[in-house]
Ligand binder design. Structure first.
Ligand code: G3P
Length: 217
């Protein structure tokens, strides 16, 4: 399973990429609104750092404008994936962009029916929002299981990109279910890199080693 960073923060991205575990980045208008400077320049820098798929979302709401904006976003860098919200217009825009050879990430997906439609119009990625479903007392990961079942049964090439991730267990469950990608806030990836038993175990190893060295002199 691929791991993407769900962030527009260049410093966080630059800190995680050297670990060699990051395959791409997703952004959205809310994430980019938190950062200063020109959003297009920021997307370009993120593409240069990550050298993998970087989702940049359209803010237009009619299909014609989404298509035009998507084409412009794709000019920023070859790694840009055009992110389009799942609306009636978004579905139509996805079909047009996909038929022109662009990679589209259909976002704000909350039902298996939406995921089926996204795959039918040629989305490269579908982004089900698991955390936001959990927030309204609905099992977010159940949606992932349903989409995996549908895509496997019909051999859709659309990649399932688990989004709105809240903690390490979303990553573990996504991997167990066979999702293609999990996009995570930097803090969630950092949480996977730490374990108190590892820290305690290492401290003991080093302490024992030092004691043994001291006894030898
Ligand atoms: O980028 C889309 C998604 O991951 C947003 O997550 O935490 O705002 O629900 P969140």
């Amino acid at each position: 399973m691929k791991l993407f960073i769900d962030s527009g923060n260049l410093r966080d991205i630059e800190s995680l990429v050297p670990l060699g575990i990051i395959d791409g980045v997703t952004t959205n208008p809310s994430l980019l609104a938190k950062e200063s400077g020109d959003p297009r320049a920021l997307i370009k820098k993120i593409c240069e750092v990550v050298q993998g798929p970087v989702s940049a979302e359209v803010v237009a709401t009619t299909w014609e404008e989404m298509v035009n904006e998507g084409r412009e976003l794709a000019k920023i860098d070859e790694h840009v994936v055009i992110k389009v919200p799942f609306t009636r217009d978004g579905v139509r825009a996805t079909r047009v962009l996909a038929s022109e050879g662009y990679r589209v990430n259909v976002t704000l997906v909350f039902t298996p029916a939406q995921a089926l439609i996204a795959a039918k119009v040629g989305a490269a990625y579908v982004s089900p929002f698991v955390g936001r479903l959990d927030d309204v007392a609905t099992e977010g990961m159940h949606l992932i299981r349903q989409i995996v079942e549908i895509y496997d049964a019909h051999e859709f090439p659309t990649e399932i990109l688990v989004a709105s991730v809240r903690g390490p267990m979303h990553i573990v469950e996504a991997a167990r279910m066979g999702a293609d990608v999990c996009t995570c806030p930097p803090a969630v990836i950092e949480a996977c890199l730490k374990h108190p038993l590892t820290d305690i175990g290492l401290a003991k190893f080093l302490q024992d080693w030092e004691k043994a060295q001291a006894a030898r002199v």
